[in-house]
Design a protein around this ligand. Sequence first.
Ligand code: 13P
Length: 252
Amino acid sequence: MRQKIVAGNWKMNLCFEEAEELVEELIDLLEDVELKADVIICPPFPYLEMASDYAQEELFNIGAQNISPFEAGAYTGEVSASMLKSMGVTHCIIGHSERRKYFNEDDKMLTAKVNQALMHDVTPIFCVGESLPEREAEKHFEVVRRQVRHGLFHLDTGEFSKVIIAYEPVWAIGTGITASPAQAAEMHAYIRSLIAERYDDQVAGQTLILYGGSCTAKNAAELFAQPGVDGGLVGGASLKAEEFVEICKLAI
Ligand code: 13P
């Protein structure tokens, strides 16, 4: 049985006070429930320390939204994997479509980020997903295959086993349009088949693949119930404590 995971990607939202309030609300709510899923919250960099202090209560893990492809040194503005690790960060989102699009992160850079994360024992949550024109042109499998191959398939079996994948169709992010449960199941099965081809059935069967894109308390149950969907990477709805915890409860 694969462990279910629900991760909240806060993106570039909230001031410090609001962020702390959200963490406190999450703790209050999470203390009262028995969850099947592991919870990860991914606040912006400046709030990681605060969130990490609260994570001592062991109700959630902390993920970063970005990581440097470099080890250390003269890289103004960058935050390294070892810095994240030293602050109690356990996970990091890598290859999010927003970073691919707005910050020109290409396969080579993403590979370097994945390597840095793994070298410092930070679990990559590696995002893949096609745009709307790509899906309309029926290129979605090809696009995702390229992203998974170029971003991850240089890893050996031991390294790859530490990676979490998130399928986030770009057209579903922040749009209120989710992939249908069937579309999500189909792509998750496809990703798993690629992993089986590159590694083996056992590795494919153990890899955690999350769904992301307009996940809410209304649609999460059906999405998470699909075979091969191991939970979610939640954006907008992770900024509302009650809804986020509702979503966490639906990952069973
Ligand atoms: P939304 O849930 O806001 O669509 O965002 C999804 C996402 O990009 C999570 O990384």
